[in-house]
Write a protein that binds this ligand. Sequence first.
Ligand code: PMT
Length: 402
Amino acid sequence: MQQLYKKQIIVGISGGIAAYKSADLVRRLQDQGAIVRVVMTSGAQAFITPLTLQALSGFPVHTDLLDTDAEAAMGHIELARWADLVLIAPASANTIARLCHGAADDLLTTLCLATKAPVAISPAMNQAMWHNPNTQANLDTLRQRGTVVIAPGVGSQACGDVGPGRMPDSEVLVDAAIACLSRGSMQGVRVVMTAGPTREAIDPVRYISNHSSGKMGFALAEKLAEAGAHVTLISGPVSLDTPARVDRVNVVSAADMLDAVQQHIDSCDLFIAAAAVADYTPAQVANKKMKKGDDDMSIALVKTTDIVATVAALSNKPFTVGFAAETNDVVAYARGKLQRKGLDMIIANDVSDSRIGFNSDDNAVTVITADAETHIEQLPKRALAAALVEHIAPLFWRTHNP
Ligand code: PMT
């Protein structure tokens, strides 16, 4: 099945060494049935010729805002109206900055201002430029305004550096285009997720818990619902409002959370475990308040059932995503959990840093799958959740092809 059948896609190419990969991208989009027109910045033309892209796309390549020939045929407004999707790959740091500031000084930025179609960008640049706070702030602004930012790959770069900033393979970009052109990237997906802490009672007035506020899980539930998913959010005790269009189930203990998950799991496609579930619970709960004595006391604890591992072991398991809260060797420990618990993806955060993780408004994560790692820099949890949805959607659809 061609998942982009007759979809009209403008591939915008800006100046960067990754521009050579755009030629393959055009072909792979066409393989999925898309009609592709190419717009190139002047920088892009230093790396790859319009003639190459014209031969591949089968259409003249658009390069100039004020080209009278182009205006007569396909001007920026016509291109903006024609597009079902504008996919800029590679998006250079300069193009990202100009998009962020609403520049209209070349054809590509002008048509992005004029179009009502979704705009997706695939940032590709040197890792230091990627890490630069200006670039990250520009990307954050673009995300908040609805631009889909496709996470770059990590690895060795043309300049000799190693780090994030590589343009992903065409397959990843095609999956992202498919996700953008579904009405929402998670349209119709049935999601069950957990969030917040659990409370393990010691007696009627005392309990063992942790610092999870639920902010990360609730933000993710909100963004999944905005992307069209049906979300059931199983939440430990938190003081947060339920996001719009999300069904909420309140629980207290790890055992309650397991029960609730088991009640809802059969009818779900995607399970996300963002809750900080207690690993141990008191072996016995006193039914009356325990009295203070003269001596020290100890409480016997027993292990709780691992909820996410239980879900991942189901014969009809949904696509299963865990979180990992670590204080050191974050990625290595998270990768161990990915394997031990049988997950499809794990999102690792460093909870030793008080600016991110538990109970903070921001987070920074590394998304880990069996064969890839992507770092998402510190962002407000809502913006990070939006980036996570963009990341989860193509991988989810790869395994749940309609
Ligand atoms: O709630 P916030 O204040 O916004 O903070 C967000 C967060 C730090 C809680 C969140 O981003 C996060 O990392 N959640 C997972 C916390 C955790 O329990 O991590 P873990 O490494 O101990 O567990 C690994 C995975 O196993 C998690 O998906 C957890 O939900 C799951 N688990 C753990 C134990 C258990 N009995 N059952 C489980 O399902």
